[in-house]
Design a binder for this molecule. Structure first.
Ligand code: GDP
Ligand code: MG
Length: 441
């Protein structure tokens, strides 16, 4: 990860008061490699590096940070500036039916995404949805959409290969209006690569139906090519948003940055699987952390310096670094420290790798819960705390009683313990050591 890559150059930057072109050169090279490894398109990498350099050079380094950390902060800020911060849903703010047009290469996932969006609109936004296929080149494509429409249980407007795309969609809009449909999703044909005829066709279709949303659907696994495709579609159509598909097969996340940078349009959704429920709202603020794999390390470092009992934290970090097992005593120490720092919720968001922990889990562990959790651990024996595997049903019942709580509360705590244990073993890969360096510095 970038954090690991940078730790060497960070060390070398320690103890200089100001960032200069000289002293950040090496670190910038690492940033560049990390972005390329994340599959961010080359022109986007170059533009980003330039912006980072301009911002960094001459900057004073805060006392609490090393220059390397200051640079990481700039990298993260610049990436966030590209991505924007808020998640954005579909705009349906027009007289019904709101028409949504899908555009993208063949195989990008348009038809699948139509079904996913139909399900999303129907279930999450309580809309009456109709879908139609203007893919007149492949009769199989129309059949595919029909099957999917049945699966997610939305209206399907039939079309056939001998009709013109515009005529199909106009008839569908008429029918949708008569049937009080809220949203009409229009699937289109794609070629396997950019060609003029395809662009002309989708432009004409766009002009004829005036969709409120024109979504560019792009396969995240196409990496560098995603940027090229985005450029062409962005020039041909007034895109309103992007759907990045197949993110379940791509851990790198670079395509999101490239496509966002090139189209200047929000990524509204990501595809996370082949099934109709494989769709997530995209959270742009998480992508920088994912690429950097570091969370908000900096503000954590600052908070930690002010408030945490340094010795305890250091002991824990050393333990984790040595690969010793995280136990319930450690969890208790952490909970107590977190109480001092305003709850676990705020802290968890700042830890590296925390993006993956579901919000539901995080919010369970907020301030109010912490004293109860501590009470549960307090009612365990020393042996149990060191060896959580001992905690069978009867022991859990005894502990619950001792803490004045229920066995379900104990089970919940044990789940949270397992989450933390997992996270600790992840951190021992480097994150925690980096963190400790920051704290000692
Ligand atoms: P279209 O040609 O753009 O309409 O693409 P399709 O919707 O037919 O999808 C092409 C292939 O990609 C199909 O096999 C889909 O199941 C698959 N696919 C689409 N979206 C996703 C996704 O988010 N994750 C995965 N794993 N596969 C996807
Ligand atoms: Mg299709």
């Amino acid at each position: 990860s970038l954090t690991q890559r940078l730790s060497g150059t960070i060390e070398r930057l320690r103890g200089r008061g100001r960032l200069t072109e000289e002293n950040i050169r090496e670190s910038l090279r690492e940033v560049r490699i990390a972005l390329l490894e994340a599959d961010v398109a080359l022109p986007v990498v170059q533009a980003l590096i330039e912006r980072i350099k301009v911002r960094a050079v001459g900057q004073e380094v805060l006392k609490s940070l090393t220059p390397g950390q200051a640079l990481i902060k700039i990298v993260r800020d610049e990436m966030s500036a590209v991505m924007g911060s808020a998640a954005s849903d579909l705009n349906l703010n027009v007289p019904a039916p709101a028409v949504i047009l899908m555009a993208g290469l063949q195989g990008a996932g348009k038809t699948t995404t139509v079904a996913k969006l139909a399900k999303h609109l129907k279930e999450k936004r309580k809309k009456k949805v109709m879908v139609v296929s203007a893919d007149v080149y492949r009769p199989a494509a129309i059949e595919q959409l029909k099957t999917l429409a049945q699966q997610v249980d939305v209206l399907f407007f039939p079309s056939s290969a001998d009709q013109k795309p515009e005529a199909i969609v106009k008839a569908a809009i008429d029918d949708a209006r008569k049937s009080y449909v809220d949203v009409l999703l229009v699937d289109t044909a794609g070629r396997t690569s950019i060609d003029e005829a395809m662009m002309a066709e989708i432009k004409a279709l766009h002009a004829a139906v005036k969709p409120v949303e024109t979504l560019f659907v792009v396969d995240s696994m196409t990496g560098q090519d995603a940027a090229v495709t985005a450029k062409h579609f962005g020039e041909a159509l007034p895109l309103t948003g992007v759907v990045l598909t197949k993110t379940d097969g791509d851990a790198r996340g670079g395509a999101a940055l490239s496509v966002r940078y090139i189209t200047q349009r929000p990524i509204k959704f990501i595809g996370t699987g082949e099934k109709p429920d494989g769709l997530d709202v995209f959270h742009p603020d998480r992508i920088a952390s994912r690429i950097l794999d570091m969370g908000d390390v900096l503000s954590l470092v600052e908070q930690v310096e002010q408030q945490v009992d340094k010795d305890k934290a250091q002991k824990l970090a050393e333990k984790v670094a040595k690969g010793k097992k995280f136990d319930l005593n450690d969890m208790k120490d952490q909970l107590e420290q977190m109480q001092n720092m305003g709850g676990l919720h705020g802290l968890m968001d700042k830890l590296p790798g925390m993006g993956q922990i579901p919000d539901s889990v995080k919010s369970e562990v907020t301030g109010k819960e912490v004293p109860r959790m501590v009470a549960i651990i307090n009612s365990m024996t020393k042996k149990e705390r060191r060896n959580p595997a001992l905690l069978n049903g009867s022991r859990r019942a005894r502990i619950a009683k001792g803490a004045g709580l229920t066995p379900a509360d104990v089970n919940k705590l044990m789940k949270q313990f397992q989450q933390m244990e997992k996270m600790m073993s992840k951190l021992s890969g480097g994150g925690m050591k980096g963190l400790m360096r920051g704290m000692k510095g």
